[in-house]
Design a protein around this ligand. Structure first.
Ligand SMILES: O=C(O)CCC(=O)C(=O)O
Length: 254
């Protein structure tokens, strides 16, 4: 077994749960290089960015003109921003594992995620339970996202939670709200949410998660910004649908 492969146990966990955490996959130097660039781009609000206020999630500033309205949530287009981001996204440590999940020809989708997620102390929002595939358009709902923690991620600063096994389940439309978040007022959804897991991450830890796995995150209640780098991948044989937003940017072959 090389170090660029999942163990059998990790692979089985991903298939069963729809996510798996690999500890310390990125070394300290890699994390620091990425973080330095991310902090610099954030300080300059270097375009393209997404603001908390644009999403209207709970806790977000009401508008761009409201207090905190220019709080950045995502530094978009990570691959085009800096080689530090690109190198991680195409690294052997990811490519080998993604081939195990998706097959021999893996593509990085520049149209989705492909960003540094930041969560700022004062004006961050809560992200409800959702499947990433809800707004994506591919031949098959079979994509994998890779979340690299660049610092410690805990419930206090708004880390991710996942509901194991939901990538294998089918959900009637009534269980979702109009924006396709899981309705938290329904007892059957509450029972599902109670099974959620919240892995605490340290810098360098990586979560691989399926695009159908329900996940959520809280607000950052600490006084330090949280940074994570996130990319999404699909098999070459699972193409974005022509004309969709998913097809709006060229993929990058690993
Ligand atoms: O960090 C968060 O608030 C959640 C991010 C997320 O789930 C997403 O962008 O799909």
């Amino acid at each position: 077994m090389t170090q660029d492969r999942f163990s059998d146990g990790e692979l089985a966990r991903f298939q069963e749960d729809g996510f798996v955490v690999v500890r310390a996959l990125a070394d300290a130097g890699t994390c620091q290089r990425i973080l330095d660039v991310a902090r610099d781009h954030l300080a300059r609000a270097m375009a393209p960015v997404e603001y908390e206020a644009q999403l209207h999630y709970p806790g977000a500033p009401a508008s761009l003109d409201a207090p905190g309205g220019h709080t950045v949530r995502r530094l978009l287009q990570a691959c085009a921003r800096d080689a530090a981001f690109r190198h991680w996204g195409a690294s052997a440590a990811l490519a080998g594992r993604l081939r195990q999940l998706l097959g021999p020809e893996v593509l990085l989708a520049q149209a989705h995620h492909n960003c540094v997620m930041t969560k700022q102390p004062r004006y961050s929002s809560v992200t409800g339970w959702h499947q990433d595939i809800r707004y994506w358009s591919f031949a098959r709902p079979d994509l994998v996202s890779v979340w690299l923690a660049l610092g410690r991620e805990t419930p206090e600063n708004g880390c991710l939670s996942f509901i194991p096994g939901t990538h294998r389940m089918h959900f009637a439309g009534e269980r979702l709200d109009p924006a396709l978040f899981l309705r938290e007022d329904l007892p059957e959804n509450q029972a599902l949410i109670a099974r959620g897991r919240t892995p605490v991450l340290d810098a360098g830890d990586v979560v691989f998660f399926h695009c159908r796995t329900f996940h959520a995150a809280g607000a950052n209640r600490t006084d330090a910004a949280k940074f994570s780098l996130v990319f999404t991948y699909h098999a070459a044989g699972n193409a974005p649908l022509p004309g969709s937003r998913s097809a709006s940017l060229p993929d990058i072959a690993l």
